[in-house]
Design a protein around this ligand. Structure first.
Ligand code: GAR
Length: 206
């Protein structure tokens, strides 16, 4: 049996997606994975405290006025130190430098609260409502050099209802995010999918 793949989680705030991943692992839904380290660019991130409470390695690496590449180099060193196989951005609200992305090709995942390529960037739920879409959702994708752009692993949809404000819509999407992230990680770790152009497709058994 092969060793469990080591996840490195990057977050900046609440950390509910991290908690959903940790719960999926402790609930046996991701038998091929373990969390090696949780890193935050904010020392006071509630997600970091949640990681500590769970007895996980939880590390704050703040930018502290450093240039992006220098800050990222410190994060990359920490990920390497913990022998991370797969990096999961879970509400990590900083752009990654090109050096970071190229250090872990096709090994960085992100979750975004819209159906990409619609509404990349900040406040995706507010953008969705303002545009007037009737269906919203979330996307788990590989990270490439462009913002919210890499190959899509999976998406989940939710309806937008007439009485929604950005908070009710965000809450409905978040419920799906928590399911989607663990499913996407399982898919990536299964080695049963491959990237074909921009598509993420099951490898044929034949
Ligand atoms: C989530 O909704 C996630 O999709 C979003 O931030 C929230 C983090 O929540 N990420 C982005 O908007 C990235 N562009 P969490 O800290 O509770 O996981």
């Amino acid at each position: 049996m092969s060793a469990r793949k080591r996840l490195g989680i990057l977050l900046s705030g609440r950390g509910s997606n991290f908690v959903a991943i940790a719960d999926a692992i402790s609930g046996g839904k991701l038998p091929g994975a373990e969390i090696a380290v949780v890193i935050s660019n904010k020392a006071d991130a509630p997600g970091l405290a949640a990681a500590r409470e769970r007895g996980l390695n939880a590390v704050a690496i703040e930018a502290g006025g450093r240039k992006r590449a220098e800050h990222d180099a410190a994060i990359i060193a920490c990920l390497r130190e913990h022998s991370v196989d797969l990096i999961c951005l879970a509400g990590y609200m900083r752009l990654l430098s090109p050096e970071f992305v190229s250090s872990f090709p096709q090994r960085i995942l992100n979750i975004h609260p819209s159906l990409l390529p619609a509404f990349p960037g900040l406040d995706a739920q507010r953008q969705s409502l303002a545009y007037g879409v009737k269906v919203a959702g979330c996307t788990v994708h590989f990270v490439d050099e462009q913002l919210d752009h890499g190959v899509i692993i999976l998406q989940k949809t939710v309806p937008v209802v007439d009485t929604d404000d950005e908070h009710t819509l965000a809450a409905r999407i978040l419920e799906q995010e928590h399911v989607a992230y663990a499913e996407a990680i399982a898919r990536v770790l299964s080695n049963k999918y491959r990237i074909v152009g921009r598509r993420y497709l099951p490898v044929s058994e034949t």
